[in-house]
Design a protein around this ligand. Sequence first.
Ligand SMILES: NC(=O)c1ccc[n+]([C@@H]2O[C@H](COP(=O)([O-])OP(=O)(O)OC[C@H]3O[C@@H](n4cnc5c(N)ncnc54)[C@H](O)[C@@H]3O)[C@@H](O)[C@H]2O)c1
Length: 437
Amino acid sequence: MTGKDQGKKQDTSRRGFLKATAIAGAAAAAAPAILRGEEVKRAFKVALIGCGGRGSDALINNHHQAAKNLNKKLGWNLEIQVVATGDFVKGKAEGVGKRYGLGADKCFGGADCYKKVIEAGPEIVLMAQPPVFRPLHFEACIAAGKHVFFEKPSAVDPVGVRRVIKAGEAAKAKKLVVVAGTQRRHSKGYNERWRDIKDGALGRVMGGRVAWNMGWIFSNKDINATKPEQLVGSGAWQLWSEMSGDHICEQHVHNLDIANWYLDAHPLSAAGFGYRIARKAGNMYDFFSGDLEYPKGVHIHSMCRQIGGCWDWVGEEFTYEKNKPNGFKNETPDPYEEPGYEGGDYVAEHAHLLWTLVKEKELNEAQNVAWATAVAIMIRESAYSGQRISWADMYDKLNPKDPKKWFDLQLSPTAEDFEKGDVKMLKDGDIRAPGKA
Ligand SMILES: NC(=O)c1ccc[n+]([C@@H]2O[C@H](COP(=O)([O-])OP(=O)(O)OC[C@H]3O[C@@H](n4cnc5c(N)ncnc54)[C@H](O)[C@@H]3O)[C@@H](O)[C@H]2O)c1
């Protein structure tokens, strides 16, 4: 979805409001939910795949809180019913399930736990498993007609990015709601800036810099993995490029998403640099820096680093053609004015998902998060290989003259390998590095 589409689809004008209410009223007779005018009573069956830190927080604190916030603010009566949980480690699924009175038969373990979670009949699936699994699990949810909240990044390689885009298009055709954990899109401040850009208050975005520079966040002890669970277990999967996409995908994806959003485009090419100075465990780099060339000659500098004792900065800054005039009023409505932004971005993204479902509006962030992930992968591969990479080679078509075959790049082991139990172990410190010695 482009920024332009977002403005169109989130019609919160009075006419749009009345229309949504009328549709809701008409649907009330057929749907199990009771929707009369603005009186809303509805129970959502929800499931979680990936019961680690983020997944449990998303379900326990954010999703439930979002329903409470909407109930308080709009006088609705939404109820969240947790029907299943799934995790590679069954005990973790049971730990979260227990909070909602789920028996062990509704808490699934193993690499195929996502299939059993889907079969348990949720209407909404929340996902916070390691990124390598996301394209496969997302496809399965969309094929089964589930609304989805999935964490970022959406994949670890170009093949995965395209799978998410394709499944996202299928979701659109089925009118399923898809929200991604790139939570800045659900922040009031970021939406205000987007509306200023869209309505011309600032003119063109001429250039900028985006960054996620921070200190060490993972243990540096070798993993010496001999079993699949050591590659995907908590605290370990982030360190493997094949599981997480490297920290550029894992964290910097948030900032890259803002560049795509505000420029209403994806970059045409990326030239990346990076290396691993002190990290020993896993195989990801310590830092990346990249030049992104967007249409109309706009360049964005991307930086991300996980090294202690350095300049830390997480954010996005752009140079605009002009200053916002005093008293400027936006024509584009705030897409989320009615549900609001209470509780911060982590809660708001779930409130916007539930509000969109009740209002029978459209919200599909699959392409947004796939594009942001795609940019992170371009910079990463450019840094690993020392080559400049074009979007056309990596995502649009297989260029027969492209000896690197970026389009076909798929990291291994894949999600399917985990399911088959055919997982090639990765070695600490076995990194790809640019150039020739
Ligand atoms: N939006 C944000 O600000 C934010 C913050 C933190 C994490 N995240 C994202 O959430 C995701 C999870 O991060 P986390 O910190 O919770 O990690 P975590 O390691 O705490 O949790 C991941 C869980 O997934 C489980 N898992 C592994 N393979 C699985 C599979 N095949 N099927 C089901 N479950 C599987 C693991 O056992 C673990 O419990 C990451 O993609 C991360 O980027 C986003």
